[in-house]
Design a protein around this ligand. Structure first.
Ligand code: HEM
Length: 433
């Protein structure tokens, strides 16, 4: 299928050269090691020649901040991509992968889903009930726990002197924070790491059949685990999110979440809040250590910690890609989109949009130009955004306070993942303060 067969999304105003250049950049971002290592110079090509790009598989690719924001806030678009009504040329090419995804979608029909995959009115109901339990007060209360948990990690790091930031801080801290938030007993935290990594592999465009099978198995194991935990919390409620979700009620009609619905949201917390925050920590430390002048500014003025965390989120977003499907014939950034057509929003590109941010490729911890697109926008705006920000701030403030020097002591390599962006390892040497 070529774009010329879908007149509604032809690249009419693009010259053939520009269209080819933009498609080349896009293919590199999704498919090559070079593009995964440096998507940003390729996003710049998209901004320059094709900020609204009809791709060869039939989806539309947005890279401008305002276009991404408008799409994510547009209620004509949603999460219900229906493979049976697929716009010709859209989607996967691997038939085994397509068959597996369809079978899973079929099995999931009628089963409780996490809010992430739902549209209104189901999304409104579930998110409303979870929000009653996931209150700003609960996040505020967690700050003290996060500080204690981080301090434990800093002690270990000070002892070691040389270590991988992801291994010692980036993985253990977020899993502990979500474990604490949800109410998972401490001894069970470590086992969530490999399960969640397996589950999130399916977010990648290149996920193969083995990735999907591993994700399926991990998802079932985590689900089984939570069945017992919900039963336990019903018997012995505690001051945690799972007990809060059991209690949460809409006053008007007494509506509550059932056990399966609660489990689906608990699994989502781990899937959505763990690796993303791991990469916020890893990408953040890497950004500061490769921009020593900016790091010095934060050391000199710890009041810059919140804006430095915002800049890390903008400059190297842990989530690079989001998207929706049209639920009706719609127009996007001047183009017609067919019902059930996919529109992808390149969040990492939106954050480097020169129309939105001054000198967008400069890493500047004093930048004050508004929130980045890293937590998305609209009804699915990240429910854990404040928690993630607090974690980032506690980590950065603690690193400055506890270590008089932090230096990279090895090369940085990106993981081969495009959607959830992060490093394989961030090796450092530290001198305790
Ligand atoms: C730096 C860290 C994080 C980043 C970059 C991030 C990013 C995102 C993004 C982009 C979305 C929107 C997905 C979409 O539009 O389909 C999202 C949704 C969500 N995130 Fe986060 N997230 C982070 C941390 C967390 C944490 C710590 C939690 C909770 C423990 C969390 C819970 C959620 C939930 C529940 C949703 C679904 C909201 C909905 O569908 O209404 N996230 N996140």
């Amino acid at each position: 299928m070529t774009t010329s067969e879908t007149p509604s999304t032809t690249a009419a105003e693009l010259s053939p050269e520009d269209h080819q250049r933009a498609l080349g950049a896009l293919a590199e971002i999704f498919l090559t090691d070079e593009g995964i290592a440096d998507p940003y110079s390729r996003y710049a090509v998209l901004h320059e020649v094709a900020p609204v790009l009809p791709s060869l598989d039939g989806s539309l690719i947005l890279s401008r901040f305002d276009d991404c924001q408008a799409l994510l806030r547009d209620n004509r678009f949603g999460k219900n991509f229906d493979p049976d009504r697929e716009v010709p040329g859209t989607g996967e090419n691997d038939s085994e992968v397509i068959a597996f995804r369809r079978k899973r979608a079929e099995e999931q029909k009628g089963r409780p889903q996490s809010m992430l995959g739902l549209n209104p009115p189901e999304h409104t109901r579930i998110r409303g009930l979870v929000s009653r339990a996931f209150t700003p007060r609960r996040v505020d209360k967690l700050r003290g726990h996060i500080e204690d948990l981080a301090e434990e990690r800093f002690d270990v790091m000070a002892e070691l002197g040389e270590f991988d930031v992801l291994e010692e801080l980036g993985f253990p801290l977020p899993v502990a924070v979500i474990g604490e938030l949800v109410g998972v007993p401490r001894e069970d935290w470590p086992s969530f790491r490999s399960s969640v990594t397996a589950m999130t592999a399916t977010l990648e465009a290149g996920a193969g059949i083995e990735d999907l099978r591993a994700a399926d198995t991990a998802g079932r194991e985590v689900w089984e685990y939570f069945i017992d935990l919900v039963a336990e919390k019903r018997k012995n409620p505690a001051d945690d999110l799972m007990s809060g979700m059991i209690e949460a009620t809409f006053e008007e009609d007494g509506d509550r979440l059932n056990d399966d619905e609660i489990i689906a949201q608990a699994v989502l917390m781990f899937a959505a809040g763990f690796e993303t925050t791991t990469n916020l920590i890893g990408n953040g430390v890497a950004a500061l250590l490769t921009h020593p002048d900016e790091f010095t500014k934060v050391r000199a003025d710890p009041g810059l910690v919140p804006s430095a965390v915002e800049e890390i989120l903008r400059w190297d977003s842990p989530v690079q890609l989001d998207g929706r499907s049209s639920m009706e014939l719609a127009d996007v950034a001047g183009r017609t989109v067919e019902p059930n057509q996919r529109v992808l929003t390149l969040l990492g590109a939106a954050n480097r949009d020169p129309l939105r941010f001054t000198d967008p490729d400069r890493f500047d911890v004093t930048r004050d130009e508004g929130a980045p697109m890293s937590f998305a926008s609209g009804i699915h705006f990240c429910l854990g955004a404040n928690l993630a920000r607090v974690e980032g701030q506690v980590v950065l403030e603690g690193l400055i306070r506890r270590f008089s020097s932090i230096e990279l002591n090895g090369e940085l390599h990106q993981r081969k993942r495009m959607t959830l962006r992060g490093y394989e390892a961030v090796p450092v040497t530290v001198v305790p303060a």
